[in-house]
Design a protein around this ligand. Sequence first.
Ligand SMILES: Cc1cc2nc3c(=O)[nH]c(=O)nc-3n(C[C@H](O)[C@H](O)[C@H](O)COP(=O)(O)OP(=O)(O)OC[C@H]3O[C@@H](n4cnc5c(N)ncnc54)[C@H](O)[C@@H]3O)c2cc1C
Length: 264
Amino acid sequence: MTLHQHRGVRHQVVFRTLEVLRVERLTPHMQRITFGGEALRGFISAAPDDHVKLFFPNSRGELVTPTLGPNGPEYPPGREPSPMRDYTPRRHDADANELVVDFVLHGDGPASSWAEQAQPGQRLGAGGPRGSFVVADDYDRYVLIGDETALPAVGRWLEEMPAGARAQVLLEIPGAADRQALSSRAHLDLAWFERDGRDGAASDLLEQGLRALPATEGDSFYWIATESRRARAMRQFLNLELGVPKESVRATGYWKSGEDDEDD
Ligand SMILES: Cc1cc2nc3c(=O)[nH]c(=O)nc-3n(C[C@H](O)[C@H](O)[C@H](O)COP(=O)(O)OP(=O)(O)OC[C@H]3O[C@@H](n4cnc5c(N)ncnc54)[C@H](O)[C@@H]3O)c2cc1C
């Protein structure tokens, strides 16, 4: 087996205020928001599953964001901090000074509610990315598995993959209208799974798809992003039942059923 070398890259943490330039409803459950503003200059995102911390208006409608103190982020005393959530830089265009973020509209929570009403001219706080995990590019196959919150990372990864790479992609979405056109130079084998009213935390469509994947010659890298419990269960299946080495699996809970993500 080849020894695949992943690379961790640290970035200087910068807190910025971003301005909404454009809002576009991509699909019924996905709002694409393009941000700009002078503060975006110098933004770096080195890997498709990077994330930024976005800060949304608090209950008073104010953006109260931290500054970087000697002991980490510090909020102004006596003010209600802005709720903070993780989002993927779907596309960053340094020349145009624009950052695209795709927001799932799941109906609840400060981030989803904000994205649903977003208008050009509004502002958000953003911090990071603090680091990037650059996956080795010499696997024979990349298996990318995720629900709609993973679509931004998967879409970006596919766009950045070179010709000759092989991607096997399993994507779970609320319904057929939530499919997106995904482009890639890689050899792409893509399967959509539609929940059609089933709950995103209780569904097992991706798990079934994973179990049904054809075995291949050579090494596969597995990337998984779903509701936390599901991501953990798929990681265990790969490591314990299929014997996939730990370093060839990156499984992350992108949201937690029944909980907000405030403490992450
Ligand atoms: C590294 C990383 C990258 C991410 N990138 C993206 C991204 O690019 N786009 C994106 O849309 N999301 C992304 N997410 C997921 C996003 O951070 C969470 O869905 C977040 O909880 C949304 O915040 P909220 O304020 O809308 O809801 P919260 O206040 O966190 O939660 C409110 C309620 O909604 C539920 N809930 C939260 N998210 C979902 C969901 N997706 N489906 C159904 N119910 C949900 C919670 O269980 C809770 O009951 C990412 C997460 C991580 C960790």
